[in-house]
Design a protein around this ligand. Structure first.
Ligand code: THU
Length: 130
C-alpha cells in the first residue's frame, strides 16, 4: 500500500466538526516505519491541530526523528497545500529533497519536496551568533 493510501485511510478518523475538512497525513521515517496523523479540531478554534503535526508527534513519540517521505490528503479541489506552520514543522525533521505527495480524495496528486514547500527555511545555522 502506498503512503497516499495510508493517509487516505487514516483521514476517515479526522475530527473536523467545525470545518468539515478532514485531512490525513502519513510519514515514512528513515527506519521504514509509517506514522499517521489527522487534524483534530477544538471548539476553541485556535487549539485545533493539523494532520501533519499529528503524524510528526506519533513519529517522535515512537523514537523516530528522520522523515523519508510524506503524504497528505484531503477532499479538496486541488491537492491540499500544507499550512505554513506545518511546512516549518516538517522541515525540522526532513531534508529538502524529501518527497511530499499532496493528494485529493478524487485521486489527483501533486509531487513536491520539503525544500520546495519551504524555500529559505529558518534553520539553526541562522542562530550561530547566538
Ligand atoms: N489542515 C490540516 O490538517 N493540514 C493541512 O495541510 C491544511 C489544513 C486542517 C486544519 C483544520 O482542521 C482544517 O484543515 C481546515 O483548515
Amino acid at each position: 500500500m502506498s503512503l497516499v493510501d495510508d493517509a487516505r485511510r487514516v483521514r476517515e478518523n479526522a475530527y473536523a466538526p467545525y470545518s468539515n475538512f478532514k485531512v490525513g497525513a502519513a510519514i515514512r521515517a528513515a527506519s521504514g516505519e509509517v506514522y499517521l496523523g489527522v487534524n483534530v479540531e477544538n471548539v476553541a478554534y485556535p487549539e485545533g491541530t493539523c494532520a501533519e503535526a499529528g503524524a510528526i508527534a506519533a513519529m517522535i513519540a515512537a523514537g523516530d526523528a528522520e522523515i523519508a517521505e510524506v503524504a497528505v490528503i484531503a477532499d479538496s479541489p486541488v491537492p491540499v497545500s500544507p499550512c505554513g506552520g506545518c511546512r516549518q514543522k516538517l522541515a525540522e525533521f526532513g531534508r529538502g529533497e524529501v518527497k511530499v505527495t499532496l493528494a485529493t480524495t478524487d485521486g489527483t496528486t501533486r509531487e513536491t519536496t520539503l525544500g520546495d514547500l519551504l524555500p529559505g527555511a529558518f534553520d539553526q545555522a541562522q542562530m550561530e551568533r547566538a
